[in-house]
Ligand binder design. Structure first.
Ligand code: TXA
Ligand code: MG
Length: 318
């Protein structure tokens, strides 16, 4: 089911999107499951295939900064500053929506999420799609709702091949470099607010905008699936900080030794490697029927904080 990312395949995929089919594609964060953001039926299929509640908004992916004013209005200067600095890249901006961003994209909210990914296959797909008259591709992570985001084409296959239609496509593009989802920055108030931490860190946002991040909680907090306490979960039970026992899976920086009988799922050398091996390690645990994963969290700010956010959500079961 996986297509190579040749020019021909990318063109075919852009056409498939324009014709109302679904296309899963690589980004630098995780694989996305795309549909034409102006086609309500195609977008409805995303929710169906993912089994995602329909009031959870989707991110619109575009290929160039000029497209942003199609989807959003009243864009504050600091949002433009962030876009210029970090796009294409692992950051989503939440902005006041234009009329183009309909309820079926925004989950009925008056804001819209927009992102320019930096993966060359994603960019090629988006610009081909725009050449065909498309204006944006709605794409959540290409996993079933609540499950672990896929960071390789094989993982997308595992998540979605059973529910894909004959005209839907999956573009292969290797392993996602970053490996956790984009930073989501709410730009609808005077100060930026980070709704989901990621590779673009609070420190980076403050430095570039010369603004303080708003840490207060908004009253009518937006419905964002990544904001729910439980998310990104493997079937295995996750326990943080306690000693792994024989038969347990174990994820920790390389400096931690693997106790006897413990199954080492990842031994990253750096925080960056920690991010881009975490979801693969979760999948490996489930594929091998491991029931419990012990994790030593990475310390520090920035990307380490984003990794801890994902691990805590993965550990939380309802
Ligand atoms: O890295 C990423 O962002 C990936 C790749 C494919 O771009 N996409 C992704 O999409 O993670 P998804 O749908 O799995 O997570 C997007 C999050 C959700 O929690 C959604 O609720 C939130 O973004 N979101 C989207 N639009 C929003 C809006 N208008 N206001 C608040 N949150 C929003
Ligand atoms: Mg997701």
């Amino acid at each position: 089911m996986i297509s190579n990312c040749t020019d021909v395949e990318v063109k075919k995929a852009a056409k498939a999107l324009k014709d109302g089919h679904l296309v899963a594609f690589p980004t630098e964060t995780v694989y996305g499951l795309g549909a034409d953001a102006n086609n309500s039926k195609a977008v409805a299929r995303i929710y169906e295939v993912k089994e995602r509640p329909t009031d959870h908004p989707l991110i619109v992916h575009i290929s160039s900064i000029n497209q942003i004013s199609k989807w959003a209005i009243d864009i504050p200067d600091y949002a433009i500053t962030l876009a210029r600095k970090f796009w294409p890249g692992p950051m989503t901006l939440i902005l006041s929506r234009s009329d183009l961003a309909q309820d079926y994209i925004t989950g009925g909210q008056d804001t819209v999420g927009v992102r320019i990914p930096s993966h060359p296959v994603a960019l090629a797909l988006l610009s081909e799609f725009e050449n065909l008259g498309g204006r944006g591709v709605a794409a959540p992570s290409a996993n079933r709702f609540g499950a672990v985001s896929p960071t390789s084409a094989e993982a997308v296959n595992e998540e979605l091949s059973r529910v894909f239609g004959s005209k839907d496509l999956l573009l292969g593009g290797g392993i996602c470099k970053i490996g956790i989802e984009s930073t989501i920055v709410d730009c609808t108030s005077i100060l930026p607010r980070v709704l989901r931490p990621g590779f673009v860190t609070n420190e980076m946002i403050q430095e570039v905008t010369s603004l303080k991040i708003d840490h207060s909680r908004k009253k009518n907090m937006v419905r964002a699936s990544g904001l729910m306490k439980s998310h990104y979960s493997p079937r295995a039970k996750i326990e943080i900080g306690s000693e792994p026992l024989p038969g347990d899976g174990f994820i920790a920086l390389e400096t931690y030794a693997t106790p006897e009988g413990v199954i080492r799922l990842a031994a990253p050398k750096t925080i960056e490697q920690y991010a881009n091996t975490l979801y693969k390690a979760f999948r490996t645990a489930d594929q091998n029927g491991i029931l419990r994963i012990k994790i030593a969290m990475p310390a520090g700010n920035g990307l380490a904080a984003a990794i801890r956010d994902r691990i805590k959500k993965a550990a939380h079961k309802f």
